[in-house]
Design a protein around this ligand. Sequence first.
Ligand code: PLP
Length: 369
Amino acid sequence: MIEWLKQGDFAFANPSSLHASGRKAKKQLHEVQDYLLTSFGLKDSHEIIFHSGATEGINMILRGLSQCSLQNQKAPVQFFYAPTDHSVVTVLAEELSQQGHHSFPILVDHQGDFSEEPLINQIKANNPTRTIINYTFVNNETGVVWPLELAEKIKKETGAFIHVDAVQAPGKISNYDQLSPELDAYTFSGHKFGALKGIGFTFIKKGLPCIPLIKGGGQQKGWRSGTENTFGIYSLKLALEELKKNFDFEELLQAKLSLETQLKNFLGDRLIIVAEKAKWRNANTITLILKNAKSDLVQAACDMSGIEVSSGSACSSGSMNPNRVLMAMGFDEACARCGLRLSFSPYLNQRQAEEYFQGLSKVFAKFKN
Ligand code: PLP
């Protein structure tokens, strides 16, 4: 990406301008649209909308569809979401309820998994045609993966609109780019896979009715007004190219598993690995509970040793509340105050995992009893 910047070959002009520089910017924008739709296997079925990131993208989809239902059919929607979803979703679920829609939490078990049959039955018992589901592909707190095949099955049996929060997929699971054309929408944030911050995108099935969140000059076919962030948009292509070239899923997975094993051997029954027995997990997240060691204290001690860990989702860390995702998975409050999340770059290798363990074990030793 730096090379590209040095070359100065990025389009600075407004892509809506008709002059040569504007046309160049528009060409680069189309190049990225095409690249992303093709890379994720959605070229024939979906269109792409660029925005500032998943928070905006998820707001756009959930507000847009629910408003559309109220406006066109004069009817509220049934919104299904998981209490383990990112807070952008859980906050919107509350807001939709306040607006007269109906929000239903999907039951998750102690491993962060869910069962599709009860969900399908519950949707069918309500109003499948006016149902929206937020389906988190890879959970940002626990690394639990909900395979797209299950979402496809729910779609097939109920016809519900399914939005996939795919933010945590690239660089964390092996099949992050094999998306199903059957599902209605997918949202990504560029900075989660190496692109610039402040840029994201949503794939939405062609022809779906939705009311735009941001209105104005009508850019992006009216889907999202405002001059496009061409620089950020181009960084999406560069970052994805880099990931596709260098990401070695097996290496990352083995490095994570070896670190996990070392931590288990070191801490014994003082350690709980959250979602360790989930049906599917990603390769870059370890959420752990170090019993009786409050996460903010451990986090501060790690930080002083130059090791960066999280105690909640990034945007809410700093708060001293028990981790709401752990609570939703059935952990008691004492455990939920001791949750720590380790997340790794897609390029973590065995040697770095070993170094990581050496550093962590020194900090954790202080909290051993
Ligand atoms: N969804 C998930 C699963 C996330 O992990 C995040 C951010 O961490 C978001 C949504 C929101 O993304 P952003 O902060 O880039 O808008």
